[in-house]
Design a protein around this ligand. Structure first.
Ligand SMILES: Nc1ncnc2c1ncn2[C@@H]1O[C@H](COP(=O)(O)OP(=O)(O)OP(=O)(O)O)[C@@H](O)[C@H]1O
Length: 294
């Protein structure tokens, strides 16, 4: 499991420096720098196509950035240069876990089995990468019991324990989203990247998600980086918000600072900076009508 809350401090766990990502003629990320502090929930927001998922893909090794440095420092002080590592090492060694915008799970396996599959690295190690497990090797048996305990712990936390033996595909949408987070937590991450965890959730499910994320921060000290369009989630649980537009950072601060930043308002409403004052009143109206979604 990740570092305990008592070991938490507020130094940066992740530093992104001068990151750029080019796809042919398109500069999706352009000289982006930001930090995520240890133990914080940091939100990455911005209009569609701003480059948020591309940043995630660079951090988690799905893309190799065109330029720039991404460093992560674990609680132990061990430092990793993520842009130089393959994705499986980022997960296994740096202890970065992620979820995806579109839910990816084994829908035919049970809820519990999905969480056991997530721990297969640990089980493979315990089997000595051989068939020792088949012969009841005690080290493997212990590792298997431990992985079931970890899975049960996260099923409780995600309020899914009653559904442990149901096929994952039968869960309602909001529960599937929580299962994805529980699955990521089973790998014991120090840094958890969530790509639009509230997408498609109703207000009650969003509330349950907020509670799960708050309890992860409080009980494990895991640092979270979150892409989200649902402002009730972003403003409700984030310690720090970074705003992107056209691959560049336009704002960086507390939720209140960012919410009132004219550049952010202009970006979301697609207006020039000088028109911002005129539309501030409209924002309040839009937020009220759409229940916090922008
Ligand atoms: N593999 C790729 N090849 C080419 N272009 C890409 C690729 N991935 C992303 N892009 C482009 O990079 C830009 C940023 O996309 P990205 O998905 O990172 O934005 P986003 O902020 O996550 O958007 P959304 O909120 O809609 O998910 C877009 O113009 C997108 O079309």
């Amino acid at each position: 499991m990740a570092a305990g809350a008592n070991l938490m401090n507020n130094d940066p766990i992740l530093k992104v420096e001068h990151l750029s990502m080019r796809f042919g003629g398109l500069m999706a990320i352009n000289d982006l720098s930001f930090e995520a502090r240890r133990g914080d929930i940091t939100a990455l927001i911005g209009p569609n196509g701003a480059g948020k998922t591309t940043v995630f893909n660079c951090i988690t090794g799905f893309y190799k950035p065109t330029m720039g440095m991404i460093s992560m420092t674990q609680q132990s002080g061990k430092k990793f240069l993520l842009e130089r590592m393959p994705d499986f090492e980022i997960t296994r060694d740096a202890k970065v876990a992620r979820t995806f915008q579109n839910i990816r799970m084994f829908s035919g396996l049970t809820v519990l089995e999905n969480l056991l599959v997530a721990q297969h690295n640990m089980l493979m190690r315990a089997s000595g990468y051989t068939i020792l497990g088949l012969f009841g090797y005690s080290g493997y048996r212990r590792a298997k019991e431990q992985s079931i305990e970890i899975a049960k712990h996260w099923l409780e936390k995600a309020d899914l324990i009653e559904r442990a033996d149901d096929p994952a595909g039968d869960l309602p949408y909001g529960a599937q989203r929580r299962l994805e987070i529980a699955r990521a937590m089973c790998t014991g991450p120090e840094f958890l990247c969530l790509d639009e965890p509230a997408a498609g959730l109703n207000p009650r499910e969003s509330q349950a998600l907020n509670e799960l994320l708050r309890s992860i921060r409080k009980d494990t000290g895991t640092s979270i980086l979150l892409i989200e369009h649902d402002m009730s989630v972003v403003m409700g649980i984030s310690d720090h918000v970074i705003v992107l537009e056209y691959g560049q950072k336009i704002s960086d601060g507390t939720p209140d600072e960012v919410k009132n930043d004219p550049k952010v308002i202009a970006a979301y409403l697609g207006v020039e900076d000088e028109e911002v004052e005129e539309v501030i009143e409209q924002i309040v109206e839009i937020e009220t009508k759409q229940g916090g979604q922008i």
